[in-house]
Design a protein around this ligand. Structure first.
Ligand code: KG4
Ligand code: ZN
Length: 340
């Protein structure tokens, strides 16, 4: 029997709703919030208000584009956390209202779980390649950097994580120092294409096991800029492309280094990446190159599934639904939802 899931995602600054039939995506509507650009980062209170304005039209659009009505929905999957509490609250409260008024069960989803399971979504046009279990997923977003061992859709374990900043945060903070707009990751990615990645050398962390650290790199980047700008106030402007290329190269190198170690330790060679930073061209090329050298099967998400979207929340919700895992009406959002 077909299962139709409505997914709702509101953990940060994108309001999204999607409809999934089994694992085939019927629609994925996203309203991005431009309001944060002028502040150089997400302002939580403004994000919550924008979610409130966007959520009804976004859900409406997702249902319409999918050609379904609310009566066709078997369950509503929503992001319970981690994320900004006020933003999550909008999605959770809206889901409750829609669920009560239409007598539809609710399924809570861990946002990170969603990013990883985006690898199992197919589109009506094509079946996308899916990793086999167990696989390793490098989950790189604005708030998280983790290596996750995935044993089944509902069984996964974090085997490495950042002890300070996330990779996306390193991109965004270094971009801010260079005066680039928020979010900095995609801007750096674009500028890096024109630059020489060997032009500058920034410090790399020495952290044990499979864990990451990016705060040292951020400091090293900041000091390099500060020293150079003293001698030449136009230094950043003149060297933007080289700075971006060198920074991106360093971040990708750090990410790949531990991923290679994780693959060796676990013997797992199906390797996926997920999260906003998995859109990065340096990381995508780096994973494919490394994979060729090491006999990995590599899985890169479609661009539309890299940054936050409700399709991935619906996908994770589908697996919980099949497993009979539902949420009760007293469920509350969790800003720091830990274990996957
Ligand atoms: O997964 P996501 O949309 O939101 C979180 O769950 O955090 O990730 C957002 C992060 C931001 O830090 C953004 O700069 C980064 O993903 N990002 C990129 C690229 N596109 C988005 N970083 C590097 N290169 C990109 N092309
Ligand atoms: Zn995310």
């Amino acid at each position: 029997m077909d299962i139709t899931i409505l997914g709702i995602e509101s953990s940060c600054d994108d309001t999204s709703a999607a409809v999934l039939r089994n694992n085939v995506l019927l629609s994925n509507a996203i309203a991005s919030q431009a309001v944060h650009i002028k502040y150089g980062g997400v302002i939580p209170e403004l994000a919550s208000r924008a979610h409130q304005q966007n959520i009804i039209p976004v859900v409406d659009t997702a249902l319409k584009e999918a050609g379904v009505s609310i009566e066709d929905i078997d369950a509503i999957a929503f992001t319970r956390g981690p994320g900004l509490l006020g933003s999550l609250l909008v999605g959770v409260s809206f889901t409750k209202g829609l669920a009560i008024s239409n007598n539809i069960p609710m399924v809570e989803v861990n946002h990170l779980h969603g990013h990883i399971l985006s690898h199992f979504i197919d589109t009506p046009e094509k079946e996308l390649p899916h990793p086999d279990f167990p696989f390793l997923c490098l989950l790189v977003s604005g708030g998280h950097t983790q290596i996750v061992r995935v044993d089944s859709p509902l069984e996964m374990e974090i085997i490495g994580t950042t002890i300070d900043d996330a990779a996306g945060e390193a991109f965004d903070k270094c971009a801010k120092v260079m005066g680039l707009p928020y979010p900095g990751g995609p801007v750096i990615d674009k500028l890096a294409k024109e630059g020489n990645r060997e032009a500058f050398h920034f410090s790399k962390p020495h952290i044990s096991d499979l864990d990451y650290s990016f705060s040292g790199l951020k400091t090293s980047f900041l000091y390099t800029l500060r020293d150079m700008v003293k001698d030449d106030p136009d230094f950043v402007e003149k060297n933007k492309a080289d700075l971006c290329a060198s920074l991106q190269h360093t971040i990708v190198d750090i990410l790949l280094n531990k991923l290679v170690k994780a693959s060796k330790q676990t013997g797992i060679r199906d390797i996926a990446i997920a999260g906003g930073v998995s859109a990065n061209s340096g990381l995508r090329n780096g994973i494919v190159e490394e994979g060729k050298k090491r006999g990995w099967r590599t899985f890169l998400p479609e661009f539309k599934f890299t940054t936050d979207n409700a399709a991935m929340i619906a996908m994770a919700g589908y697996y919980h639904y099949k497993n009979g895992e539902f949420s009760s009406l007293d469920v509350s959002p969790e800003a720091r939802l830990g274990d996957l």
